[in-house]
Ligand binder design. Structure first.
Ligand SMILES: C[S@@+](CC[C@H](N)C(=O)[O-])C[C@H]1O[C@@H](n2cnc3c(N)ncnc32)[C@H](O)[C@@H]1O
Length: 341
């Protein structure tokens, strides 16, 4: 295990950050029935790209975290007069969130919402081609191993770092042969990173946004540059955010005879932080809350951090399949290289 750090990788540690999103519905003018395009509700019959990561595939013009730019103010959550009162219960929207929040919220549905589909296969193919035979890959926020397991099966040495015991438990259950080396750690903490050097660092599926403050995001890019061997690459897959609309909003994601799914968001355009709750109300069941928290970041901001860390932007596409990048679009897959001396 040459790329792993000394010490117990499973040691508990400080935690920060989370992530999630919502999805927009459509109205049938004939029947007056409102149907929601994709849903945040778990169901084995759906191929979800909704819930936590709808931003990944959000259509152009729809805000990838479920907040469209021209939203109707009547859908906003009524104001809370205590909101800005110092010390009031609602004055700190980050209260109760940490680096393991995302995994606690979504581990039970993650593999249903993110199946092994064409997009996953394209991501794996892209990374395998970038890395080359037998290369070492570090995946940040490895999750349940959606990418890491097929990467290891393709012959790469794969190390996964993740702050969620729930997500890592699912990865381990799917990997009895331990083909992926796992480190329990917060990406925002460089001390938890494997020592490297590695050939490719992967930050897929909006991992960079899961780090819910700019300093942590910048530190992540900087640490990646330090862990790459010369000629190595950092790959960032993330949504490209539209301007945030300040304040609290409520999105009704799905209405059924026995359930309603809603997503409440609280956005701060000043910091780029979106704090949210994915809420599931099912008849006869306790309310299920799935909290998430992200900081949106645009490609130019990541480019600047990468350049400061000595990385050079090598390519940028809209997806893993090589679709040309559209600055007005909603997604990016960017590859940065650490130049060889
Ligand atoms: C959207 S999932 C992506 C999982 C996997 N990379 C994939 O593509 O399927 C984000 C993952 O990042 C992890 N994560 C979130 N914040 C983190 C942090 N601060 N440090 C380490 N992992 C984090 C979550 O636990 C989760 O497993």
């Amino acid at each position: 295990m040459p790329v792993l750090p000394d010490g117990d990788p499973g040691t508990d540690h400080e935690r920060t950050g989370a992530g999630g999103t919502a999805d927009e519905g459509t109205a049938d003018e004939g029947t007056g029935v409102v149907t929601v395009g994709s849903t945040s509700a778990p169901s084995p019959t759906h191929s979800y790209r909704a819930g936590p990561p709808t931003w990944q595939t959000a259509p152009v013009g729809q805000h990838p975290n479920g907040m469209d730019d021209d939203r109707d103010a009547s859908r906003d959550v009524p104001g809370d007069p205590t909101r800005d009162a110092p010390g009031s219960p609602s004055s700190d929207p980050g209260r109760g969130f940490d680096a393991a929040t995302y995994g606690r919220s979504f581990a039970d549905v993650y593999d249903d919402w993110y199946p092994d589909d064409d997009a996953t296969a394209a991501a794996v193919g892209h990374i395998v081609a970038l890395a080359g035979p037998g290369a070492t890959v570090l995946e940040l926020g490895v999750g349940t191993g959606r990418l890491a397991l097929p990467l290891a099966a393709a012959g790469l040495v794969v190390v996964g770092l993740d702050s969620s015991p729930e997500m890592l438990a699912r990865l381990r259950a799917k990997d009895p042969g331990r083909t992926v080396q796992v480190v329990d750690g917060d990406v925002a903490d460089p001390a938890r990173w494997p020592v490297g050097p590695v050939d490719v660092v992967v930050a897929a599926c909006n991992l960079i946004c899961n780090l819910a403050d700019a300093a942590a995001q910048e530190r992540c890019v900087h640490t990646a540059a330090l862990r790459l061997r010369p000629g190595g690459r950092l790959v960032v897959e993330a949504f490209v955010p539209a301007p945030l609309q300040r304040g609290r909003h409520l999105e009704v994601s799905e209405v059924r005879g026995d359930a309603v799914i809603m997503i409440a968001t609280d956005a701060d355009p000043g910091t780029g932080v979106v704090t949210a709750q994915h809420m599931e109300f099912r008849d006869g069941e306790p309310v299920r809350l799935r909290p998430w928290r992200i900081r949106v970041t645009r490609p130019e901001e990541v480019d600047a951090w990468a350049a400061a860390a000595g990385l050079v932007l090598e390519s940028r596409h809209a997806d893993w399949s090589g679709t040309p990048f559209d600055p007005q679009g909603s997604s990016q897959v960017s590859v940065y290289v650490r130049p060889a001396p």
